[in-house]
Design a binder for this molecule. Structure first.
Ligand code: BG6
Length: 475
């Protein structure tokens, strides 16, 4: 199968998951830094953003490796909490701002397209403490000012901007599920943060277009693709629809179509979680839709009708409308529990084509990481990660099939370029094309998949893949 010439192939990461705290100043903690400091015990082996991959000092080495592999694009974020020394008076930390400039120049020198997220959970803790973070319109305002500074500084060189990475995630864990620090369970706050990120995106899109930057601005959304247990059974189909409304449409509809669906708004009212807004916001949202969307897609979600009566006194949770269903015999990644189902690529592509007017998009994250990759190390000290090669190949196969059928998907980005830190799982599941050796000074080494990715980019061909069933390698 040929990969079209104009279809880009890259890899993703983020500032906080790679940078490390080298050079970070007093008072520059992000929400994530605080969470890690307060509850480091929930992070696998106590590892977290403090060291990460030390990209702050080793970025040039990593970009040299990207060049060696032939990466066409690299997506990361700018760390809002490190960009200023005063977030309200917008006093820039020139040292950090220069670092970002250097990273962008290094990428461009290596002929790698820089794709930048303005926020990847790096909201400053000071704004969290003073205003309650994304619960506040004040934070929306400060965020838009921050974004404008980035466009002014780097817009000549960066042509692909994203307001947020996975905007729904932090407040879902904090306010809806109550499982992450500071465990402030409040479904109303959950919805308010969701809304403020939609508004912040529309205002930022407006500012970006007014500045005539000749690039594009979008968002990165973690599409939670839901399949009903039984297509033929209406209550299951309805359950999958409800899942979709509360996990996808509440962001993608206003951002791409300029409007929330009445069905979702009715449900928010019915459950007393309608967000506060000003009527003038709605025009801003409808007039300033995004130019492109990145979709993070790792696994499908299967749902069925709710089997037990929901406790009507419990705090609202979309789980009120569905139960999660585990497909018997499914392929899955044992280190993560995620089902492996490559046709999801084709299915999401058809949603973008048929329900969003063939809107431009790309896969901004997809990948597979397992625990203890050491089991795949060969005599020459190289990780033989065939499982990752198979995973990428299968997923790309379904994606390119959709491209060949006219869907407007522009590229594929693997998570991640190097192994990196994840919330709580830290370095547990290894996702990289490049190994980070935690026992040896964070040394970098290209894995078998990195060599394979190089050939893939050079030859632009996917060979016939085998429908593998992942098995742990036995001694
Ligand atoms: C993605 C997140 O959903 O999953 C990343 O965007 C994360 O931030 C990745 O690193 C892998 O997660 P984990 O927990 O398996 O390391």
């Amino acid at each position: 199968m040929r990969i079209p010439e104009d279809f880009f192939i890259g890899a993703s990461s983020s500032a906080w998951q790679t940078e490390g705290w080298q050079g970070k100043k007093e008072g520059q903690d992000s929400y994530l830094d605080t969470w890690y400091k307060k509850e480091f015990f929930v992070w696998h082996e106590g590892k977290g953003p403090d060291v990460a991959t030390d990209f702050m000092t080793r970025y040039q080495d990593d970009i040299d490796l990207m060049k060696k592999i032939g990466l066409e694009a690299y997506r990361t974020s700018i760390n809002w909490s490190r960009f200023f020394t005063d977030y309200e008076n917008l006093e820039i930390d020139e040292e950090y701002a220069q670092h970002i400039s250097n990273v962008i120049d290094a990428l461009l020198n290596a002929k790698i397209r820089p794709m930048i997220a303005i926020e990847h959970y790096e909201v400053p803790q000071k704004l969290q403490d003073k205003f309650g973070g994304w619960n506040s319109r004040e934070v929306v305002k400060l965020y838009v000012e921050y974004a404008k500074i980035l466009f002014n500084r780097y817009g000549d060189r960066v042509k692909d901007w994203f307001t947020f990475n996975e905007p729904i995630v932090p407040q879902t864990r904090i306010h809806l599920d109550g499982i992450r620090y500071p465990h402030d369970l409040s479904p109303k706050k959950w919805m308010q943060c969701n809304y403020h990120k939609v508004l912040a995106t529309a205002l930022t899109v407006k500012a970006y277009h007014e500045m005539k930057q000749e690039g594009r601005i979008g968002i990165i959304h973690n599409w939670e693709l839901s399949y009903p247990r039984a297509e033929s059974y209406f209550p299951d189909v309805k359950a999958a629809h409800m899942y979709d409304l509360f996990h996808n449409r509440l962001f993608v509809d206003p951002l791409v179509k300029g409007k929330y669906s009445n069905e979702l708004l009715d449900l928010l009212h019915e459950n007393n979680i309608m967000f506060d807004y000003r009527t003038s916001d709605l025009k801003i949202i409808s007039d300033n839709t995004i130019d492109i969307i990145g979709i993070n897609l790792y696994f499908p979600t299967r749902v069925q009708e709710k089997l037990e009566i929901y406790n009507s006194k419990a705090a609202f949770n979309p789980k009120k409308y569905y139960d999660v269903f585990e497909l018997p015999g499914r392929k899955f990644n044992k280190s993560r529990g995620w089902e492996i189902y490559p046709p999801m690529m084709y299915d999401v592509a058809m949603i973008m084509k048929n329900e969003y007017g063939n809107f431009p998009w790309f896969i901004s994250e997809n990948g597979m990481g397992i625990e203890n990759e050491n089991q795949f190390r060969d005599e020459s000290n190289i990780i033989q990660d065939d499982y990752r090669i198979n995973f990428i190949q299968e997923n790309l196969h379904w994606l390119i099939k959709a491209v060949n059928e006219g869907c407007n998907c522009e590229g594929y980005m693997l998570w991640a370029f190097t192994d990196c830190v994840s919330p709580m799982n830290a370095f547990k599941n290894r996702y990289g094309l490049v190994e980070i050796d935690l026992d040896n000074n964070l040394n970098r080494k290209i894995k078998k998949s990195g060599q394979w990715y190089k050939t893939l980019i050079a030859n632009r061909t996917i060979s016939n893949y085998t429908d593998f069933l992942y098995e742990e390698k036995k001694e």
